[in-house]
Design a protein around this ligand. Sequence first.
Ligand code: ADP
Length: 193
Amino acid sequence: MRLILLGPPGAGKGTQAARLVAKYGIVQLSTGDMLRAAVSAGTPLGVQAKEIMNRGDLVPDRLVIDLIDQRIDAPDAAPGFILDGFPRTVAQAEALDALLEKKNMRLDAVVELVIDESELLSRVENRVRETLRAGGAARADDNPESLKIRLEAYRKQTAPVSAYYACKGALKQVDGMEPIETVGQAIDRAIAA
Ligand code: ADP
């Protein structure tokens, strides 16, 4: 099973990905998580990405394409994967098509979580409050200034990715405003269809 989950920051991609991982025995490949790990480890990639991410902008396409290209060859990704946070630009989507073809792999579904934009800020604020309450540290980009830039990047660079897959007839849209369970069921139906 190979899936892509699309949706703006705060749409619930991480929550739904965790459920799909358990259900299908596949791995979640989140470019955001991979980049944050590189930043924490202080690798050359992390050093390059840190300021861009903190600001809320997208890192250069080539960096994340290379990350994904290598990551989907790992043995744990052989049963399948769910891409979360990638592709985030049309250039990334095109590169993904090319590398899947090269690897002889096919996507099973592209699912977009559709959310009212007015809801997103409060969702991210909630996530920050819950993380702090649990004794964790908030993400460096979960602040109002960076979130504004992340939403702009989403509108300008990532929204066209939905159109890219819609044109190919591959896009399934799911109402992300419903309760977590209901969204999960809608995703299951979209995948089965
Ligand atoms: P969000 O909660 O905003 O969806 P992510 O955890 O997916 O955040 O990503 C955090 C940041 O990592 C992004 O704002 C961006 O700087 C960088 N990033 C993650 N994935 C990509 C990607 N596919 N292309 C470019 N930048 C990315």
